[in-house]
Design a binder for this molecule. Structure first.
Ligand code: UDP
Length: 237
């Protein structure tokens, strides 16, 4: 079995990734499949942490566009990520993976508060740490929170699980001529406005020399394969 190419990684899971083919909420089988894939990576000896999004439940921008105060709507979005984090924790623990959820908005009867040094210790012990509630601040996204936590946790790479196996010149589900990039620079991503992660997340990754690996979260075993340098993915460096 090829050795893993990274020792410590952060995987960003969007709310959409947990939704499967539904148009709202969580799909249990999808969450379970992702948990099994994460287990495969943990079994390679890689230290893994996660940032989960909440767009399958609530997005602040949508709330604001229907008249809510933006900061208030963002708080609701962050709470949505906590629900997803708890669902992911449950699926991982059922798969036999030790986990801890840490929330950027403290809610001590549900999970731990975010404490960087404690999170690091969990990871050293082989536990998967699931970071919930994004950055804890409105006007941010969980992509940016993922780049932030990856930098704080001294991760070797930021994995972004998407619906397709990398970054394409156009949406491959709509355009059959779309080409997959094997590798891109952060500046390419910013200049071409490739809608994989927001600009704040890419800038933060760039400043911290954190490679972003974009791969298909729905292909069984893809996370493990990519971790061994196999399969299809795009590297942003
Ligand atoms: N959010 C926030 N601050 C953060 C991260 C997220 O206010 O640091 C809110 C924001 O309203 C966002 C929602 O939480 O729309 C869900 O996160 P996101 O849209 O990033 O989820 P994803 O698209 O990954 O499912």
């Amino acid at each position: 079995m090829p050795a893993p190419i990274y020792k410590r990684v952060l995987l960003k899971l969007s709310g959409e990734a947990l939704m499967g083919s539904r148009d709202y909420g969580l799909d249990n089988q999808t969450v379970k499949d992702i948990a099994v894939d994460i287990k495969g990576v943990v079994e390679l000896g890689v230290e893994v942490c996660l940032v989960v999004g909440g767009g399958n439940i609530f997005r602040g921008v949508a709330g604001a566009s229907s008249g809510m105060d933006r900061a208030q709507a963002d708080s609701m979005g962050m709470l949505a990520t906590v629900m997803n984090a708890l669902a992911m924790q449950s699926a991982l623990e059922r798969a036999g993976v030790a986990t801890r959820v840490q929330s950027a908005i403290p809610m001590s009867s549900v999970c731990e508060p975010f404490i960087r040094r404690r999170a690091e210790r969990h990871m050293e012990k082989g536990r998967v740490v699931i970071f919930a509630a994004g950055s804890g601040n409105p006007f941010f996204t969980t992509d940016t929170a993922a780049a932030l936590r990856a930098a704080e946790m001294k991760c070797d790479a930021l994995f972004k699980g998407t619906q397709v196996d990398g970054v394409y010149s156009a949406d491959p589900r709509k355009n059959p001529n779309a080409e997959r990039y094997v590798s891109l620079t952060y500046l390419d991503m910013l200049a071409r406005d490739l809608a994989v992660m927001d600009a704040a997340a890419i800038s933060l990754a760039r400043e911290n020399k954190l490679p972003i690996i974009v791969f298909n979260i729905h292909e069984p075993g893809a996370f493990t394969a990519v971790m061994q340098g196999e399969g299809k993915f795009t590297t942003v460096v």
